[in-house]
Design a protein around this ligand. Structure first.
Ligand SMILES: [Zn+2]
Length: 499
C-alpha cells in the first residue's frame, strides 16, 4: 500500500464502484434503497436510551432536525505512515468547529506498515484511533482484531478503553464478525452502508441490523442481538447516475462531478433529517509519491468540499466517539459547544513526553524521544520499547528488547493514566488534578480468540469463531468475498487492496 499508480487508481475506482453497488443494492445499479427486506423491529418503549437506541431516520431525543447539530465524520482507513498522516491532517485542517476547536477525525488503523509514534500523535491531537485488523484480512479471525488493539495500546500508547471502534476490511462485515467484536468489548462497528431509505442515525444492535440489508437474512429479526453495541452507518454519496458511492468518492469522477455529488447529498442531509454526513477516505489515494502521478487534485477537491460544508451554521466535525457521546445525551446545536466531549483543552506540561504536544514545534515528536524498531519486513517508531522480535498478529507484543529498570527502558501506559499525560521515560503520570484523571476499566484485550483473565461471561469457548462460523452470514460473506478476491486478483501483485 505504499505505492499507487494511475492504473491502480483507475482499477480501484471501477472496483470500488462495483463493490459499493453490490454492497448497497446487491448488484442492481438503480433503485438506491434496501434490496433484501428488513424485518427489523424495535420498540422504543423497551429499548431505552442511552443503553439502547432503536434505529431511526429521526434524530434521537425527539429533537427537531432543524435544531440538531449536523455532524460530519471524517474517517481515514488503513496504515498510518508519515505521508498519510500529513494528508489526514490536511483534510482536518480544512475545517474548524463552531466552538473554535479543530475538526476531529477517526483513523481505522491496520497494523501492517503503521508507524506507532504517529498513532500516538493522532490521538494526542484529539482524534480517535480505531481497529481495522492487523493485516487487513477479509474475514478476520479473532486474533487479527484483538492483536490490532493490543499493538495500538502497547506501541501507540492508546488506552485500550479508548479503542472502541471497528471497521471490517473491505467492509466485509458479517454477523459473525459483529459477534466477535462484541465479545472483545468494542463499543461500535462502522462498516454497514446507508443510502437513503436506510439512512439511519447510529443505533444499538440490541435488535440487530436495520440498514444495508444487501443480503437475505442480514437484517432478519433475531439473527443478531448485541445489546449496547452501536452501529454507526456509513452514509453513501449517491452520484448522478443513482449509484451510491461510499469510500474514496473522489476517484469516481471529475472534481466538478464529485463536488456536485457531495453538494446534492449534503442538501439532503442538512435540510432533511440531519443524519451524520460522512467523508470516508484512504489517505494513500490523495498522497503524492515520487515517480507517480500527482494526486494533489484529489486532496484539493476534498479539502474544498470540507471547507464548503464547514461554512454552514451548526456543522461539527467529530470523531465517532464524540458522535456517540451526543447520541447518548442529545442536546440542541446551541448547547453543543459547552459539552465536555467537545472541548479542546490540551495538557500544559513543562516537557515533551513523546506525543507531539507541548513542544516548541507542536505536532512533532522530538527525534531523541522515539525508538526506532527495525525488523525484516517492517520497521516503525514508538515512544515505548521495541520488541525483541517482529510483532505479528499471532504474537502482537513480544518481549521487550530492553530489560526492566535499565536506563533506556520505557514504561508502558498504566490503567491509571491517559497517554496524553503519560511520560514513558520518567514512569510518571503528569496529570495532577481530577479533571484529567483517567482509570481504564475496559475488559482485558483478548488474545488469539480467548480472553485472558476476567472478562464477561459471553466468552463461551467459541472465541475462535470467524465471520463464517455463523451460517446466516455465509451468503453475505461470499458475495463480498467474491468482489474482494476480484480486487485482489487485479491488484494483488501491487498490494493495493484497500477498503
Ligand atoms: Zn481498509
Amino acid at each position: 500500500m505504499r505505492s499507487l499508480s494511475l492504473t491502480i487508481a483507475a482499477a480501484t475506482t471501477i472496483l470500488l464502484a462495483t463493490l459499493s453497488t453490490v454492497h448497497a443494492q446487491d448488484g442492481t445499479p438503480t433503485g438506491i434503497t434496501n434490496t433484501a427486506p428488513s424485518t427489523y423491529s424495535c420498540d422504543p418503549k423497551v429499548c431505552l436510551p442511552p443503553a439502547c437506541m432503536c434505529a431511526s431516520l429521526k434524530p434521537p431525543g425527539g429533537l427537531d432536525p432543524k435544531t440538531v447539530p449536523q455532524f460530519v465524520t471524517i474517517t481515514c482507513d488503513d496504515s498510518i505512515q508519515a505521508d498519510l498522516f500529513v494528508t489526514a491532517q490536511k483534510l482536518l485542517a480544512a475545517a474548524k468547529n463552531p466552538n473554535g476547536c479543530p475538526a476531529r477525525g477517526t483513523f481505522f488503523v491496520s497494523i501492517q506498515y503503521t508507524n506507532f509514534a504517529l498513532v500516538d500523535q493522532w490521538y494526542a491531537a484529539g482524534n480517535e484511533v480505531a481497529d481495522h485488523t492487523w493485516t487487513h484480512v477479509g474475514t478476520p479471525p479473532a486474533a487479527e482484531i484483538s492483536a490490532c488493539k493490543e499493538a495500538l495500546n502497547a506501541y501507540g500508547g492508546i488506552p485500550r478503553g479508548k479503542i472502541q471502534g471497528f471497521r471490517a476490511p473491505f467492509l466485509n462485515y458479517t454477523l459473525g464478525t459483529l459477534q466477535e467484536i462484541a465479545q472483545q468489548g468494542f463499543i461500535y462497528d462502522s462498516s454497514a452502508t446507508a443510502v437513503i431509505d436506510d439512512a439511519n442515525w447510529p443505533y444499538t444492535l440490541d435488535n440487530g441490523l436495520a440498514n444495508d440489508c444487501w443480503s437475505p437474512g442480514l437484517c432478519t429479526a433475531g439473527a443478531l442481538k448485541l445489546p449496547g453495541v452501536w452501529e454507526i452507518p456509513m452514509h453513501s454519496v449517491v452520484d448522478d447516475t443513482q449509484i451510491p458511492q461510499l469510500m474514496d468518492v473522489y476517484l469516481a469522477g471529475t472534481s466538478a462531478n464529485v463536488t456536485s455529488w457531495y453538494n446534492t447529498n449534503w442538501q439532503r442531509h442538512y435540510n432533511g433529517n440531519r443524519a451524520p454526513f460522512g467523508i470516508y477516505v484512504h489517505p494513500t489515494h490523495m498522497t503524492n509519491y515520487v515517480g507517480l502521478p500527482d494526486a494533489s487534485g484529489y486532496l484539493n477537491t476534498m479539502t474544498s468540499i470540507i471547507a464548503t460544508l464547514a461554512s454552514n451554521p451548526d456543522v461539527w466535525f467529530v470523531t465517532n466517539q464524540q458522535l456517540l457521546a451526543w447520541m447518548k445525551n442529545p442536546v440542541p446545536a446551541s448547547q453543543l459547544a459547552s459539552q465536555s466531549y467537545m472541548q479542546c483543552n490540551q495538557p500544559v506540561i513543562a516537557k515533551e513526553i513523546c506525543n507531539g504536544l507541548d513542544d516548541t514545534k507542536q505536532g512533532v515528536i522530538d527525534k531523541n524521544l522515539t525508538n526506532q524498531c527495525t525488523f525484516n519486513t517492517s520497521d516503525f517508531q514508538t515512544c515505548f520499547n521495541c520488541p525483541a522480535t517482529e510483532p505479528t498478529a499471532a504474537n502482537p507484543v513480544p518481549a521487550s528488547n530492553v530489560a526492566v529498570g535499565s536506563p533506556n527502558y520505557r514504561y508502558p501506559l498504566p490503567d491509571t493514566c491517559d497517554s496524553i499525560w503519560w511520560d514513558p521515560i520518567g514512569d510518571n503520570c503528569l496529570c495532577n488534578s481530577s479533571t484529567c484523571a483517567y482509570k481504564d476499566v475496559s475488559q482485558p484485550i483478548t488474545k488469539n480468540g480467548t480472553t485472558n483473565g476476567t472478562t464477561n461471561g459471553t466468552t463461551n469457548g467459541n472465541g475462535n469463531s470467524t465471520s463464517n462460523s455463523n451460517g446466516k452470514a455465509s451468503g453475505a460473506s461470499q458475495i463480498v468475498n467474491t468482489v474482494g478476491m476480484t480486487i485482489a486478483a487485479v491488484l494483488g501483485a501491487l498490494a493495493i487492496v484497500s477498503l
